[in-house]
Design a protein around this ligand. Sequence first.
Ligand code: 5GP
Length: 114
Amino acid sequence: MAEKTLFQKIMDRDEQGDILYEDDLCVALRDINPQAPTHVLIVPRKPIPTLDDLTEQDEPLVGHLFLVAQKVAAAEGLTDGYRTVFNNGRAGQQTVWHIHLHLIGGRRMSWPPG
Ligand code: 5GP
């Protein structure tokens, strides 16, 4: 069996993580190195390494991640907007090879991102 990703270990409670929300498809946990007052990662239970590994079968799953981001944003009081980001691949600054949607908020964002 393939070795578990960091996020699978957190989901399985093999490693500590601050989990805010979970359902059959995904888990939302606080980022260990927050870039804003709210920084949550929404991670599918399915360990898809990068966006390039998505298939048509995963289409509803990706939509679900955004609806969970919407719920978590409301629960966190992000009434004035927030940012959602998938970093993808090395040039996209992805560091954990299990796709995750960053939900970042609680401060005014700048553009373009670095
Ligand atoms: P990426 O760079 O792949 O887009 O995002 C990975 C994120 O995972 C980073 O924002 C990083 O701070 C976060 N991270 C790395 N290790 C841990 C950990 O052990 N626990 C949690 N909760 N987040 C982590």
